[in-house]
Design a binder for this molecule. Structure first.
Ligand code: ZN
Ligand code: ZN
Ligand code: ZN
Length: 270
C-alpha cells in the first residue's frame, strides 16, 4: 500500500522532473509597451518569464540560473527549496534574481552553492557587492552563497553526473549542461565542433530559439530546427523565445518531435 500523507504538502515534489520556470527572452513576454498579438494573447503559454529551469535530482533540487523573475517563478511552481544553483552565463536575465535566494538560504541555514565559471562569479560579486561586503547591510540579510568553480570537466552534483557543454553566444562562451539523456542549451547561436559528440543519443534536448529571423547571439527558428534535426533527440523543446513566436501559431508549423516549451511545463528526467 502506498503511504498517503494525511495532509498534502503545500509544496511540490519535483523529484525526477525538470520544470520550466521561465521560457522567455531577456525582456520577457508580454514585452512592456507592446500590443502585438502574442503580447495581447489570452493563451497562458504566451506569457513567458525569463529562462530558467529547476530539476529534481536524486540528492536535491537544482536551479539553473537566477532570473529577475525568480521569486514569482518559485511561488508559482510551489518550490520551497533549492540545494544548488548552476549558471549558464553572466547575462543579466540569468543572474539578477540572486537576491531572491534569501528565504531559501534562511530556511536552509547554510550557504547555497553557486556553481559557475569565473566570469559569472565576477559578475555576481560586482552586481551583489553588499552580499560579499565586510560591512553587510543591517536587517533583511543577504543571500548567503558559496562559489564552486566549474569548467568543462564532468562533475557529480546532487547525485547526478553533469556534463558541461561549451556553447557560443555571439562573442561570449557560455555553458550548456547534459544530465543523463537530457541536455539544456539556452543562450546560444553556435555549437562548437567539440560539443556535438556530447549531444549524441539524447532523449530530450532543450534548445535556444529566439525568433524567426537571424540574431547575432541566439538561434533563429530555422537554425534551431537545423540543430534539432542534427541532434535527433526524441523530443526537442525550444526556450528563450521572444514575442515574435506566438505559441499556437508557431506550434502549428513545427516538425514532429519539436515543441515550444512554456512556463510551468514539466518533463521527466530520463
Ligand atoms: Zn538570456
Ligand atoms: Zn509583442
Ligand atoms: Zn545571454
Amino acid at each position: 500500500m502506498p503511504f498517503t500523507p494525511a495532509t498534502p504538502s503545500l509544496f511540490r515534489d519535483v523529484s525526477g522532473q525538470l520544470v520550466f520556470l521561465g521560457t522567455g527572452t531577456s525582456v520577457g513576454v508580454p514585452v512592456v509597451g507592446c500590443v502585438c498579438p502574442t503580447c495581447r494573447s489570452g493563451d497562458l503559454r504566451d506569457s513567458r518569464t525569463r529562462t530558467s529551469v529547476v530539476m529534481g535530482l536524486p540528492g536535491g533540487t537544482l536551479l539553473i540560473d537566477t532570473t529577475p523573475d525568480l521569486r514569482t517563478q518559485l511561488i508559482r511552481e510551489r518550490i520551497e527549496r533549492v540545494d544548488a544553483v548552476l549558471y549558464t552565463h553572466d547575462h543579466v536575465d540569468h543572474v539578477y534574481g540572486l537576491d531572491d535566494l534569501r528565504p531559501i538560504c534562511f530556511a536552509a541555514g547554510r550557504p547555497i552553492p553557486l556553481l559557475c565559471e569565473e566570469r559569472v562569479e565576477l559578475r555576481i560579486r560586482k552586481a551583489f557587492d553588499y552580499a560579499f561586503s565586510t560591512d553587510p547591510p543591517t536587517g533583511g540579510g543577504v543571500p548567503k552563497v558559496v562559489f564552486e568553480r566549474i569548467g568543462l570537466a564532468s562533475f557529480d552534483l546532487l547525485g547526478q553526473r553533469v556534463v558541461p557543454l561549451r556553447l557560443r553566444h555571439g562573442p561570449s562562451e557560455v555553458l550548456g549542461f547534459r544530465f543523463g539523456d537530457v541536455a539544456y542549451c539556452t543562450d546560444t547561436n553556435c555549437i562548437p565542433d567539440e560539443t556535438w559528440p556530447l549531444l549524441e543519443g539524447l532523449d530530450t534536448l532543450i534548445l535556444d530559439c529566439l525568433r524567426p529571423t537571424w540574431h547575432p547571439t541566439h538561434f533563429s527558428l530555422e537554425e534551431s530546427l537545423a540543430v534539432a534535426a542534427r541532434v535527433n533527440a526524441r523530443r526537442t523543446l525550444l526556450v528563450h523565445m521572444g514575442h515574435e513566436l506566438g505559441h499556437a501559431a508557431t506550434s502549428a508549423v513545427l516538425p514532429a518531435g519539436v515543441e515550444l516549451s512554456y512556463d510551468g511545463l514539466s518533463v521527466p528526467l530520463v
